[in-house]
Design a protein around this ligand. Structure first.
Ligand code: F6P
Length: 326
């Protein structure tokens, strides 16, 4: 293998830059040339491709977002779009491609890997949602949890300061995560939320309301963390207020969860995955995804199954009284 390329696609995730850095540095170690592709699959189709070297990727590990930029490409979903993508890779004599992204991007990598046997494709799971099947963790998840935990720490400070006042205080914080409650559950445990509401648990709105009343009775404040993936997440706070007859002070963390300086855990994860991706291309592998399993970095088949499980059930059951669904 003489020449490879790397792209980031879909939602950006903190740590993507460390993965790019590792791909370039490992390729340099192995005497392989690397090209960077801007703006994901769309940039590939548009021939937005340029040579990278270790100097160009210096100092990027500490940066959030992705220096290659990213995009969600409609054109790549078409056969013609994918054909153009292969032509561009061939015109640059690219023999291997590293795709860093979430579920949609990894599915794209799988499709691309079937198109031309001369182009090997390896995926690296990167998404704050941690919803990628086959890997315990995806790049960006740890940083997103860190952002949410710190926000919870701040909210707990103010909640506890009113502990003995006449007025009970209820706080509700919404997290990202798409259909999965990974961010809520881990940040909720670490940040000592009183109640975590996730899409995977089944209960009822009435039971959630009762649980909040019990918590208020016991300690006069309640900090609730809920995932964007729960039913009617947009109206959840309004419905709570109506049912409780009490103000709910809400915080929407939104896109803060997607940015910021990646944690050391995310950087190391990304560096390990980037190195493994290049080694795996060098070994002639294709249609594989780099996965972390326990303490090992492995290659897994790129699957179409897009809901990750990891050790989720363990966390869901750690504090049964704290975790509910609707
Ligand atoms: O997949 C990452 C994520 O941040 C989700 O948590 C969120 O639902 C979504 O992306 C937001 O997507 P967009 O960047 O397209 O608004």
């Amino acid at each position: 293998m003489k020449r490879i390329a790397v792209l980031t696609s879909g939602g950006d995730a903190p740590g993507m830059n460390a993965a790019i850095n590792a791909v370039v540095n490992k390729a340099d170690d192995l005497g392989i040339e690397v090209f960077g592709i801007s703006r994901g699959y769309q940039g590939l189709i548009n021939n937005e491709i340029y040579p990278l070297n270790t100097k160009k990727v210096q100092g990027i590990c500490r940066k959030g977002g992705t220096v290659l930029e990213t995009a969600r490409s409609q054109e790549f979903r078409t056969k013609e779009g994918r054909k153009k993508a292969v032509e561009v890779l061939k015109s640059h004599k690219i023999e291997g491609l590293v795709v860093i992204g979430g579920n949609g991007s990894l599915n794209g990598a799988k499709v691309l890997s079937k198109m031309d046997s001369e182009i090997k494709v390896i995926g690296i799971p990167a998404s704050i949602d941690n919803d990628i099947s086959g890997s315990d963790f995806s790049i960006g998840f740890n940083t997103a949890c860190d952002v949410v935990t710190k926000a919870l720490d701040n909210i707990k400070d103010t909640a506890l300061s009113f502990h003995t006042s006449n007025e009970a205080r209820i706080f509700a914080v919404e997290t990202m995560g798409r259909e999965r409650g990974w961010i809520s559950i881990l940040a909720g445990i670490a940040g000592e939320a009183d109640l975590v509401i996730v899409p995977e648990k089944r209960s009822s709105f009435a039971k959630v309301v009762n649980r909040i009343k019990e918590i208020i009775k016991a300690k006069n404040d309640c900090v609730i963390l809920f995932s964007e993936g729960i039913t009617n997440a947009d109206n959840f706070v309004d419905q709570l207020e109506a049912k409780l007859g009490h103000r709910v002070r809400s915080t929407l963390l939104g896109f803060q969860q997607r940015g910021g300086v990646p944690t050391i855990t995310d950087r190391i994860l990304a560096l390990r995955m980037g190195v493994k991706a290049v080694e795996s291309l060098k070994a002639g592998e294709s249609a594989k995804m780099i996965a972390i399993k326990g303490d090992s970095v492995k290659t897994e088949l790129l699957e179409n199954n897009d809901i990750g499980t990891g050790s989720y059930d363990y966390y869901l059951d750690m504090f049964k009284h704290k975790v509910m669904g609707l």
